[in-house]
Design a protein around this ligand. Structure first.
Ligand code: UGA
Length: 435
């Protein structure tokens, strides 16, 4: 099949690349010339394990092209994917301006039997608006479907290739047939392609993210309670998770959810409900708990030092919002760094992938961007951990202690065992466990 994928951000690039790897002829379109030129050489603007190799291979084998010229590609496409960003606007609702611009741009070039698929996360009803707009612009009906993505940063390729399910919102059999054929190789393991209305499909995406975010805010609230009552959230989490109705996933307490999806999607869903005169109390509470949780490490540090961290040296491990990404959007680390900068602390940071992004934002307000995690704690008064990168899980504690002036750890991700910390003589603060 011939596909045009508009937007080479995270979703568009993974979608286009994976579909080309499955044998389709894919052209990814982006307005950014420099990005397009880089992609042709396998230079990808984000860190995603395995993606660069896959881009390069499929490009070299001729199945994956990159261009800025939509007019050249759209007339040939069986399916046109819209995968541009839908950032949060000032009101909290999703900003759809990029989507409308794409719709206007593709309308004159669409083949009569082409299927337009909205892959971007868009508020319920957007698919209908795209359909109406294209009908007006083209002077005829255009087939428009919804196909939300459920990729996680850091494991996007395997999430794409082995999905739990594929959700498609369609208006007719032609769209169903095309999407069935396109996705058939992805569900050979027996996982379903679920066909439903575009509205149901759009809502499924938001509802899934909102429920996962709810699990996280819920366990964080229980973790905070655990600290007060002397329980250990790890035991509580495992005790809960064995109930198959609850399960283990997305019940890890921490510093709240970050990234480009959960915070934005929870607020967009709440905004949508409010615009329809509903009162989305759960979603608003989930967001509120999360905002509070993101500052929980700062509160612990502030309480321990009585607000006086000026001149103290902080080793900071982990800056990305989660491991295996360089993404720092809505990362809890930003909260900590802002606090430390404001208070005049000396900051030494390490992250395997996200340092450039943090440097672009904080520059020389951070005193040292370290090549290794051990360098970051050299001479430090304490260590603060924001991201659970695997390489942080089993440090040489004796070496760690020897390098620090006072062995104090503020761990936002519960990386270490309480007994081990005690044995090595660390003052150790974690989440939902006794200090
Ligand atoms: C999320 C969803 O998991 C994907 O299914 C969805 O496609 C994507 O949003 C999207 O809408 O594009 P992602 O944001 O990449 O994916 O990352 P997750 O692995 O879901 O983590 C989100 C946040 O929750 C991170 O900040 C993570 O640290 C936090 N989290 C996750 C916890 O605090 N505890 C957990 O148990 C799990």
């Amino acid at each position: 099949m011939k596909l045009a994928v508009i937007g080479t951000g995270y979703v568009g690039l993974v979608t286009g690349t994976c579909f080309s790897d499955l044998g389709n002829e894919v052209t990814c379109i982006d307005v950014n010339q420099a990005k397009v030129e880089g992609l042709k050489k396998g230079i990808i603007p984000i860190y995603e394990p395995g993606l660069s190799e896959l881009v390069l291979r499929n490009h070299e084998e001729g199945r994956l092209q990159f261009t800025t010229d939509a007019a050249e590609v759209i007339p040939d496409a069986d399916i046109v994917y819209i995968a541009v960003g839908t950032p949060q606007s000032d009101s909290g609702a999703a900003d759809l301006s990029a989507v409308w611009k794409v719709v206007e741009g593709i309308a004159p070039h669409l083949r009569e039997d082409a299927l337009v698929v909205v892959k971007s996360t868009v508020p319920v009803g957007t698919n209908g608006k795209v359909y109406d707009m294209l009908k007006k612009l083209c002077g005829r009906e255009v087939n428009v479907a919804s196909n939300p993505e459920f990729l996680k940063e850091g494991s996007a390729i395997s999430d794409f290739m082995y999905p739990d399910r594929v959700v498609c919102g369609v208006r007719n059999e032609a769209a169903e047939e095309l999407l069935q054929t396109l996705h058939a190789p992805l569900v050979r393991t027996g996982k379903p392609i679920l066909f439903m209305s575009p509205e149901s499909s759009e809502l499924t995406k938001y509802a899934a993210n909102a429920l996962l975010a709810t699990k996280i805010s819920f366990i964080n609230e229980i973790a905070n309670l655990s600290e007060k009552v002397g329980a250990d959230i790890n035991d509580v989490r495992i005790g809960m998770g064995h109930d198959q109705r609850i399960g283990f996933q997305f019940l890890f307490p921490g510093l709240g959810y970050g990234g480009s999806c959960f915070p934005k999607d929870v607020r967009a869903l709440a905004s949508l409900a409010e615009s329809l005169e509903l009162h989305p109390k759960i979603m608003r509470a989930v967001d509120e708990v999360n905002v509070h949780q993101r500052a929980s490490l700062v509160r612990k540090i502030d309480a321990f030092y009585g607000g006086d961290v000026a001149g103290k040296t902080f080793g900071v491990w982990g800056l990305a919002f989660k491991p295996k990404t360089d993404d720092i959007r809505e990362a809890p680390a930003l909260e900590l760094l802002s606090y430390l900068v404001e208070k005049g602390a000396i900051i030494h940071v390490h992250d395997p992938e996200a340092m450039e992004n943090v440097q672009a934002q904080f520059g020389d307000k951070i005193h040292k961007y370290c090549k290794s995690e051990m360098e970051a704690i050299d001479g430090a008064d304490c260590l603060a951990i924001n991201t659970e990168w695997n390489e942080y899980r089993t440090p040489d504690f004796k070496k760690l202690k020897a390098k620090m002036t006072t062995p104090t750890i503020f761990d936002g991700r519960n990386l270490f065992d309480l007994g081990t910390m005690e044995k090595h003589g660390f003052t150790y603060f974690s989440v939902g466990r006794r200090p």
